[in-house]
Design a protein around this ligand. Structure first.
Ligand code: SN0
Length: 315
């Protein structure tokens, strides 16, 4: 496997989740696989879980890790081919990615969307150029459209906590004060559907997601109807896709709390974190016994470790 940027980069989602859970049970079984190999973590945006869990995953495999917050510490990059660089950008991605490729055996990149230019964001301009010019295996640490390591950890968590073979999984939109990417919602949908689970997505009108990622999901605009008999409720804010990057007025009542959960099947509550407490999700739910958020965060280590292991074995 040379690239891990979407569920479509892997042979079998169910198999990968199984492998990840096996690795979790025995995390030091491959502790010299990564000897003398270097993982480069390149961040255009902030991170807590992604950075630390991926670093920990690499250490469990005996790899070296180098990290750069390129968004704040690097030269301003140019992305247009053939441009005359007489403006503010200092270095072309062609050169920067090629150099990083010389220093690293595997490169992992975080590059959020701008949320101002839909076409550019959804073309994955930054990630694709890393793939093209670094010539090295690339892992997405959340790109402009998808967050596959988060979703792999999420499906692992569902497998661990499901009580029935085919649980009812609901993805619910939550309020926020600023425009956030559609990424986590796109990615969770893509992985749930690829894992052959049914998915119900609920959100206010105007927050419809890009159809490419949600084919097969049911859309229900009434949150309480969607939540009825749910086994898992995944909570996430995203900005509008069609009115691109906009936060639409109102909808504060979409905050998820214990009262709304009464119609569920004592559902487990999921969120990728960071979470705005009492805006997206109530304290009582986050701190309650049905919250899986810390389990999801823990599984990020083994999601990353499984992907790194496969890359080390196949490149
Ligand atoms: C990111 C997102 O894609 O929604 C990363 C999630 C893993 N979240 C944020 O940027 C949250 C920022 C905030 O101000 O709450």
């Amino acid at each position: 496997m040379k690239y891990f940027t979407t569920v479509n980069d892997i042979y079998d989602a169910t198999r990968l989740v199984k492998d990840a859970l096996e690795l979790k049970a025995n995390p030091y079984s491959n502790s010299s696989l990564g000897k003398n190999k270097t993982l480069g973590l390149i961040f255009f945006n902030s991170s807590l879980r992604t950075r630390l869990s991926t670093q920990k995953a690499a250490l469990n495999l005996g790899m070296h890790v180098i990290v750069m917050n390129i968004g704040t510490e690097g030269w301003a990059l140019e992305y247009e081919d053939g441009s005359i660089m007489n403006g503010s950008s200092v270095e072309h991605i062609k050169d920067a990615a090629a150099v990083i490729g010389l220093y690293c055996d595997i490169i992992a990149v975080r590059c959020f969307p701008t949320l101002t230019n839909k076409q550019e964001d959804y073309s994955e301009k930054v990630l694709l150029q890393f793939m093209k010019y670094s010539k090295k295996p690339i892992i997405s640490l959340e790109s402009a459209t998808l967050h596959p390591l988060q979703s792999l950890a999420d499906i692992m968590t569902i497998e661990e906590y499901k009580k029935v073979e085919n649980p009812k999984i609901v993805l619910t939109w939550a309020p926020h004060i600023k425009p956030l990417p559609q990424v986590v919602a796109n990615s969770f949908s893509e992985w749930v559907l690829k894992s052959n689970y049914e998915l119900i997505i609920t959100h206010p009108k105007g927050y419809e997601l890009c159809e490419d990622y949600i084919k097969g999901a049911k859309i229900e605009y009434d949150q309480q109807t969607a939540l009825a008999n749910a086994d898992f409720v995944y909570v996430k804010n995203w900005s509008s896709y069609y009115d691109y990057g906009k936060v639409l007025d109102g909808n504060q009542e979409w905050l998820l709390n214990n009262q709304k959960m009464l119609v569920t099947n004592s559902a487990k509550v999921m969120h990728c974190l960071p979470v705005r407490r009492n805006l997206e999700l109530s304290d009582e739910l986050l701190d309650g016994e049905n919250s899986l958020v810390l389990h999801q965060a823990e599984n990020r280590i083994y999601a990353a470790q499984t992907v790194l292991k496969i890359m080390l074995e196949t490149n």
